[in-house]
Design a protein around this ligand. Structure first.
Ligand code: CA
Length: 423
């Protein structure tokens, strides 16, 4: 077992009940403010632990990291050191925060330097994202979309059960939770017998996803096996892959997603390490037909992460519209990474791989408005009394995720972003 995951650990830093960030989590993110330059930190309860200063004070000597690794606007320099180094670092931080550890605990002036109230700092984009790939790995989601747009009797395309289907997305428009986005404009075809028009999208949607961030991979030409995959995964965040369904529907044949998808995707601020999620690994859904040998895997590769989506209307009324779970994914992260590199394609430190919309079997677990309202034919009632087919201007979409076992709750915080009118 990874030492920092021990459910019996308690910290001298007070952690509110039901916090997403107990000592067993210790996710990484970037903080700064008008005094502090952007730097690497670890979240515990309502505090951010400043790793730059912690290293300067000599607390991280034996971890192989020094303060320059943390004196950076992104986590990438730290991630460059790889899985085992980051695991050792997280274990060392855990030790320092243990209620039985006195070195830092008994030094109030140092505590003042290294522990910042989260409300006193600005949290910024955690990772400089290199390449972004979006999978399509929920069988329920792919089936729902296939039923709506193609043939209900043959909803899954013939390749879907053989290949973890994906496309290359755009990294430049991935933004942090809290950043508002504008309704995109584009070409849509209002009906079969009308010519296309250029207009603000009328069908802006969210996609409930999780994404994982990679360490440096192997050289171009080499592949990562399912067995090796975990060593190349740094951690996970919540991911809202905003989509304009009307633009998407008109443009996607024959080359797939483009302007209907690349106007914005939002991520949560704290990257929860794959290590921290290890206690919550579970069996994946059965795969039938049997996958090709390079996609076979051993062990539990799915993760039990409860996911929720709420829509905030009027800036005050939140309606929960979806409760799903990351464990429903048909293709797991190890298979996605093995498939992605099976042709020799290289991944690099800071790449982001999205899961694809995470839908469950029941109607209230569908991970997009497209499915929840069945392409607008079954509008949802929201708390303020109005109805939604898709997302309206002024609405915020809020995503949450956490795992819970033996009284330990590991969460991702909130991913919240508001849709503004078209520019
Ligand atoms: Ca997507």
């Amino acid at each position: 077992m990874i030492a920092a995951n021990n459910p019996n650990l308690k910290s001298w830093v007070s952690v509110p009940e039901n916090s997403d960030f107990p000592i067993q989590n210790l996710p990484f993110g970037i903080i700064g403010n008008h005094i502090l330059s952007k730097r690497v930190s670890v979240r515990i309860g309502d505090y951010a632990l400043d790793l730059k200063v912690l290293a300067e004070l000599g607390y991280l000597k034996e971890t192989g990291f020094d303060s320059s690794d943390f004196d950076a606007p992104f986590l990438n320099p730290m991630m460059k050191k790889g899985k085992l180094a980051v695991r050792g670092l997280r274990n060392r931080i855990s030790e320092l925060l243990l209620d039985s550890s006195t070195s830092l605990q008994n030094n109030p002036s140092q505590i003042e330097q290294v522990l910042h109230l989260i409300s006193a700092v600005e949290v910024s984009m955690p990772v400089e994202i290199g390449d972004y790939t979006d999978f399509y790995s929920s069988k329920e989601h792919a089936t729902n979309v296939g039923m709506m747009f193609r043939d209900p009797a043959n909803a899954l395309l013939p390749n879907w059960l053989w290949i973890p289907v994906a496309y290359h997305g755009r990294a430049s428009s991935i933004v942090l939770s809290g950043q508002d986005i504008h309704r995109p404009k584009g070409q849509i075809k209002p009906s079969a017998d009308e010519d296309p028009i250029f207009t603000p999208s009328r069908q802006v949607d969210f996609e409930l996803e999780m994404a994982f961030i990679t360490f440096d991979g192997k050289p171009l030409g080499d592949s990562i096996s399912t067995e090796e995959a975990d060593s190349y995964i740094f951690g996970l965040c919540l991911f809202n892959d905003w989509s304009a369904r009307d633009i998407q529907a008109w443009e996607y044949v024959p080359l797939g997603p483009f302007l209907g998808k690349n106007f914005a995707s939002s991520i949560s601020a704290w990257i929860v390490t794959l290590d921290a999620l290890e206690p919550f690994s579970v069996e994946s859904p059965e795969q039938n037909p049997k996958v090709l040998p390079y996609l076979e895997f051993d062990g539990k590769k799915a993760y039990d992460i409860q996911l929720q989506v709420g829509i905030l209307t009027n800036n005050k009324d939140e309606t929960v519209v979806c409760n799903s779970n990351f464990k429903y994914m048909y293709w797991n992260m190890a298979q996605q990474l093995a498939h992605h590199t099976s042709n020799g394609c290289n991944i690099r430190c800071g790449d982001l791989l999205g899961s694809g919309t995470i839908s469950g079997k029941s109607e209230d677990s569908f991970g997009s408005m497209l499915e929840l309202t069945w392409r607008g034919t079954k509008p949802l009632k929201v708390k303020d009394g109005s109805e939604r087919k898709f997302i309206n201007d002024g609405d915020s979409v809020i995503m949450r995720g956490h795992s819970e076992l033996n009284g330990i709750r590991i969460g991702f915080g909130e991913l919240s972003s508001k849709l503004l009118p078209a520019k």
